[in-house]
Write a protein that binds this ligand. Structure first.
Ligand SMILES: Cc1ncc(COP(=O)(O)O)c(C=O)c1O
Length: 455
């Protein structure tokens, strides 16, 4: 009988995060100061982040110890299970072996607590009493609400208004863990008020919510800012996923030919694939394919230029070299709220430009069709974001059926969709539609990229 799951003992949970910066063939382009355009120093970031996270952001150490206090909380849901999708394989009638590492079993229902707990810990250690953050669909806000609850930190969350209205359950989750959550744009910040004055019905964007949270943190001495994706230290914390998976794939006596995951800011997928990247960079497994999947409605890697841009609408954040749709990007209301961001993790963009990872953009309807297939074979109702990964994984498994190849396909599955049932309802009732990102909108957004002389 084939095994359906691979369970790592708690005592075998990895105790270090992996830092890809130690192994990059070329260093990352540095972040630049938003006002001067000069490379940032640690002190520039000190009003926003604890020093240990700032040092992790630029660290060249290959491995970084996971603090005991963080490990202790990780163990409340980690190690997560690696599944073999035997029923999906049978349904597709494919010779491919499909594995998925499922992060939906954390208390918040996604991979986000892997960094939320670590970030709350380092802030607590530095004596910080309050954190401000943004959230799209509410996954990050709820994960950080949980992290802050564990360490007794107050949290204010600026939630993209369209999700705040469409997804009240995630707000309630945040409030249950003790956080305060307001819709963004909000009247609480200048960035929010400026937008509301121009467009009182603005449904918000992640870039705008980031501006509000950063402004909040900059205006209060007791408050830091926290970001749930994009930055190097966030990718670092998520590598616990891939480090566990490597041990579990050994238990399955299999090595992946293809690893596929969805990318919004890049953290869940980077967390899975960066530890495997060691073998690709060193030349041990040059043929390993890593496929990043994004929505056609926010095609950052596949269509956005590689340029320095702000992480937020108001231009308060450092300038990051990344593929971008322009920081003023207002996304179409696709259900995968976590994939509606204009930028992408500099680490992923760098690896994409060095040719180590591939990218694909998919349509919303195809992703939900795959989500339904997955629910009706494996039983798991996936969040709209990982449905993007499922869609490409199924496509690759069907290619194997045509060629007769028995490839190992590993899916980074970032979370469950129990709070996204309205999206499934829209799909099942035929009300869902596809959105393409129009070329004209792209040109408009890119016309406002900041000018950077040293880039
Ligand atoms: C379940 C889930 N998957 C994926 C993402 C996308 O973010 P990232 O690319 O940082 O993993 C999100 C973001 O909210 C999410 O909630």
């Amino acid at each position: 009988m084939e095994r359906a799951k691979f369970i790592l003992d708690e005592k075998d949970m990895p105790t270090q995060w992996y830092n890809i910066q130690a192994d990059l063939p070329e260093p990352l382009p540095p972040p630049l100061h938003p006002a001067t355009g000069k490379p940032l120093g640690p002190d520039d970031l000190a009003p926003l982040f604890p020093m240990e996270l700032i040092m992790q952001e630029v660290s060249q150490e290959r491995y970084i110890d996971i603090p005991e206090e963080v490990q202790e909380i990780y163990r409340t849901w980690r190690p997560t299970v690696l599944h073999r999708a035997l029923r999906l394989e049978k349904f597709l009638d494919t010779p491919a072996k499909i594995f998925y590492k499922y992060e939906g079993t954390s208390q918040a229902g996604s991979h986000k607590p892997n960094t939320a707990v670590a970030q709350a810990y380092y802030n607590k250690k530095e004596g910080i009493k309050r954190i401000a953050t943004e959230t799209g669909a509410g996954q990050w806000g709820s994960a950080l609400a949980m992290g802050c609850m564990f360490f007794g930190i107050e949290l204010k969350v600026y939630m993209v208004k369209i999700s705040y209205e469409q997804k009240p359950y995630r707000r309630i989750l945040m409030e249950t863990w003790g956080a305060t959550c307001v819709p963004s744009p909000s009247p609480d910040t200048k960035a929010g008020r400026d937008i509301l004055a121009k467009d009182p019905d603005c449904t918000g964007s992640l870039g705008l919510a980031i501006s509000e949270a950063v402004e909040d943190a900059m205006n209060r001495d007791d408050t830091h800012y926290s970001l749930g994706s994009v930055l190097n230290h966030v990718m670092l914390h998520q590598t616990i996923i891939g480090e566990e998976t490597i041990k579990q794939m050994e238990m399955a006596d299999a090595y992946p030919d293809i690893i596929v995951g969805c990318i919004g800011g890049g953290s869940n997928f980077a967390g899975q694939f960066l530890p495997w990247m060691r073998d690709k960079i060193s030349g041990k497994k040059p043929d390993l394919r890593i496929i990043c999947v994004e929505p056609q409605a926010a095609p950052t890697l596949t269509r956005g230029p590689y340029a320095y841009d702000f992480g937020d609408v108001a231009g308060l954040t450092p300038l990051l070299k990344m593929h971008t749709l322009g920081h003023e990007f207002m996304p179409a209301p696709v259900h995968a709220g976590g994939l509606r961001y204009h930028g992408m993790a500099p680490i992923i963009c760098h690896l994409y430009n060095l040719g180590f990872v591939e990218a694909r953009a998919v349509h919303q309807l195809d992703t939900f069709e795959s989500g339904l297939t997955f629910a009706r074979t494996e039983g798991i109702i996936s969040a709209p974001e990982p449905c993007h990964a499922l869609s490409v994984a199924i496509e690759e498994a069907l290619k194997c059926k045509e060629t007769g190849e028995s490839k190992n396909i590993l899916i980074a599955h970032s979370g469950h969709g129990h709070f996204d049932l309205a999206a499934y309802d829209a799909y099942l009732s035929g009300k869902m539609q596809n959105y393409e990102f129009p070329e004209a909108k792209m040109k408009e957004a890119l016309a406002h990229l900041p000018e950077v002389s040293s880039a």
